[in-house]
Design a protein around this ligand. Structure first.
Ligand SMILES: [Zn+2]
Length: 244
């Protein structure tokens, strides 16, 4: 009898604890792509609403200038590693145990993670690609970020995407270099921001001109998770877009 009572009390305490947790969650605001979507992101970080160097943008190739050679991108992404795949509530994110690096203006940036958007965030002459991968790199000394965007268009099956989509919540073996197109020497470059809160600026953006392909089925499979996780394009203001 006594034991039963303790068990019942413990169970009811647990229930109320869970209820309090759920109740708390319900009232804590999170940014998203619907009710708390991009027009509300200023409530989460002022930079999202007030920044003057925000991303994504529409790239107008005809108005781009020649790349300053100090911003030439040298890719060393070819690292065979294991990586964790998670659905973080905003995208599907892959975190390699050992990331590759990129070199620009004499500094080394290390790959922290890559993730996908169900449509490209940047547009080129107003064209939105079917999907995009963002490879997020950081300079360990200055903490500055450099993001490489790989556009996807519908076509043949993409083995990396298969690997990621079938590896949800698991650890997979991957070589992030396999995500890149054959031609990585032509790209657009400009300085922008994170495309999600806190929308921090001073991010080096590299948008590879050559897209990679993914099959219609793969694009649909990804969009079962996320279809509208792209921020609208932002004002260019006085920024230059460089091209190589
Ligand atoms: Zn992104």
């Amino acid at each position: 009898m006594h034991k039963l009572l303790i068990a019942a009390t413990a169970a009811s305490l647990l229930t109320s604890a869970l209820f309090a947790e759920a109740h708390h969650e319900e009232h804590k605001k999170h940014w998203d792509y619907s009710q708390n979507g991009p027009t509300h992101w200023g409530e989460f970080s002022k930079t999202c609403a007030k920044g003057h160097a925000q991303s994504p943008i529409n790239i107008v190739p005809g108005k781009s200038v020649q790349l300053n050679p100090q911003y030439t991108l040298n890719l060393k992404e070819d690292v065979h590693t294991t990586a964790k795949v998670i659905d973080n509530g905003h995208s599907i994110k892959v975190t390699p145990k050992e990331g590759g690096t990129v070199q620009l203006h004499g500094e080394t940036f290390k790959l922290l993670q890559f993730h996908f958007h169900g449509k490209s965030e940047h547009t080129v002459d107003g064209k939105r690609y079917d999907m995009v991968a963002h490879l997020v790199h950081q300079n360990p000394k200055t903490k500055q970020l450099a993001v490489i965007a790989v556009f996807f268009e519908e076509g043949k099956n993409n083995p990396v995407l298969d690997n990621v989509l079938s590896g949800m919540d698991k650890e997979i073996r991957i070589d992030p270099a396999d995500l890149l197109p054959k031609d990585t020497s032509h790209y657009f470059h400009y300085v922008g921001s994170l495309t999600t809160p806190p929308c921090s600026e001073n991010v080096q953006w590299y948008l590879l001109k050559e897209p990679v392909q993914a099959s219609k089925e793969q694009i649909e499979a990804f969009r079962k998770y996320y279809v509208d996780n792209e921020r609208p394009v932002q004002e260019l203001n006085d920024r230059a877009i460089e091209a190589k």
